[in-house]
Design a binder for this molecule. Structure first.
Ligand code: MN
Ligand code: MN
Length: 295
């Protein structure tokens, strides 16, 4: 039996948040194993207290549900379509989807379902390859596909790797690279981002390799000189409550559990921060819950 995410005790119909695992790593180029990511994240979620002192909230009182794992097909194009369909169903029922990867390609389907104005991604990589190893839905093409799908803006935080060709396309996005975060501080950068995204519909995607691989080495494509887990927590706390959908991908649990532990905490942070904000604001003002907006 698969362990479900800790404290996900609500019935699906009553839940405000729905967790879905996508154990897919079919286009992995370096280290395989992100298919075991959802399992590891759920396992480590059981290590933490349900009370979140920063948010003054106990997760037991937050209505969230874990519907387990999607059974992915083999081809990345098919998996992207599967994810799109699943996430569309969750959003139609006025719930906030939380996706556990799996590799980053699954985000393409989720963004197609969520139709955000702004795509915010934390990633060591630009993921701007036009195609890779014969597929348009390779994990190295995620941001390229999202841009084509018509988001108004894409913002990348923590980037530090890409081909020369990808960096030539970088003007299509706003990049706060890992060195910017180190020198300017995440607080300053988040203030700038908040000014850019105000009132718009946001999708937040976290590729676990955004964090320095010397701190969390359990990822498919490790890169040093990244941001810290504390930077990432600031991002999730600030931008999470404004997001209509969230994913955490590329956890490859080959380490001592650091990467899955950080991932599980970030998902808990997302749920707690989003819930506190949702409770504080009247529904009419919740841009992030707007599901019937057309592109
Ligand atoms: Mn990525
Ligand atoms: Mn990456």
């Amino acid at each position: 039996m698969t362990t479900l995410f800790a404290d996900a005790k609500e019935e699906e119909e009553q839940a405000k948040y729905v967790i879905l695992g996508v154990p897919y790593d079919g286009t992995t180029s370096f280290r395989p194993g992100t298919r075991y990511g959802p399992r590891a994240i759920r396992e480590y979620s059981c290590n933490f207290e349900s009370y979140m002192p920063h948010h003054h909230v106990d997760l037991i009182s937050v209505p969230f549900f874990d519907r387990g794992d999607l059974e992915p097909e083999c081809s990345p194009e098919r998996v992207v379509a599967q994810v799109e369909q699943e996430i569309e169903g969750i959003i139609q029922r006025m719930k906030v989807p939380i996706l556990l990867g799996g590799e980053h390609s699954i985000t393409i389907g989720a963004v197609r379902a969520a139709r955000p104005d702004v795509y915010i991604v934390c990633d060591a990589h630009l993921d701007l390859r036009e195609e890779y190893r014969g597929s348009l839905c390779n994990h190295a093409c995620t941001t390229a596909r999202v841009l084509e799908d018509g988001v108004e803006d894409a913002i990348v935080i923590g980037a530090r790797s890409g081909t020369e060709e990808q960096y030539r396309r970088a003007h299509e996005m706003t990049i706060f690279d890992a060195d910017d975060v180190a020198t300017r501080g995440i607080g300053t950068i988040l203030e700038e981002i908040m000014g850019m995204v105000e009132g718009r519909k946001i999708y937040l995607s976290i590729d676990a390799d955004v964090v320095d691989c010397c701190l969390t080495p359990g990822v498919g494509t490790p890169e040093p000189f990244g941001i810290t887990p504390r930077d990432l927590r600031a991002i999730v706390r600030t931008l999470g409550p404004l997001s209509s959908a969230f994913d955490y991908v590329e956890v490859c649990p080959v380490d001592a559990g650091q990467t899955a532990a950080v991932a599980a905490e970030m998902i808990r942070e997302f749920i707690a921060a989003h819930w506190v904000r949702a409770c504080a604001e009247p529904p009419g003002r919740r841009v992030s819950s707007d599901t019937d907006k057309q592109r």
